[in-house]
Ligand binder design. Structure first.
Ligand SMILES: [Zn+2]
Length: 176
């Protein structure tokens, strides 16, 4: 399936067009490094709007679950993303650079005739990543082998579907 949804930015925005769909997580090369598993899809909805100042913009919402690795116990961690963002279109990078960046300013993006929806969604997902992915209450003390960098970790956080590896197999792996 090589079909990539693309939009003409300004036309999409001024026409108030909408597009929604699903994209496989496996199709996001920049996000992949962060994921324990790239199984699953994210849903997106894109709508052409005008921002508070009447500028053509895209309102993008993304929803899905990312499978990250807990930075503390190295167990799998499901991070639910439900984000919405307004991207104000610009004619060129110079136009964006000329404007002072303010904390309250919406994000700008250079409009194109063939903007990749996948890239926009991937940007949004990367923005939604936590700075440091961690379970709320896991114990680094339960990690077996992980502290030695062997990559084996056990998380006993409640609600986790399964530990990464049983303790015995960690011992086996370290002994072997
Ligand atoms: Zn954890």
């Amino acid at each position: 399936m090589s079909h990539q949804p693309v939009i003409d930015g300004f036309e999409f925005a001024t026409a108030g067009a909408t597009q929604e769909g699903k994209l496989p997580l496996a199709g996001f090369p920049r996000l992949k490094d962060q994921l324990v598993s790239d199984a699953g899809d994210v849903k997106y909805a894109l709508r052409g709007v005008l921002d508070a100042r009447g500028r053509p913009s895209l309102r993008l919402s993304v929803r899905g679950s990312l499978h990250l690795r807990c930075q503390r116990c190295l167990g799998p961690l499901t991070h639910d993303v439900d984000a919405e963002q307004i991207l104000v279109l610009a004619g060129s990078q110079e136009e964006i650079d000329a404007e002072p960046a303010g904390v309250d300013e919406p994000d700008r993006v250079v409009a194109g005739k063939e903007m990749s929806v996948r890239d926009l969604v991937e940007d949004e997902l990367i923005l939604a990543l936590p700075y440091a992915a961690r379970h709320e209450d896991c114990e680094p003390g339960l990690v077996c082998g992980a502290s030695q960098g062997s990559g084996y970790g056990i998380c006993q956080c409640p609600g986790l579907p399964a530990p990464v590896a049983p303790l015995e197999s960690c011992y086996d792996a370290e002994a072997g």
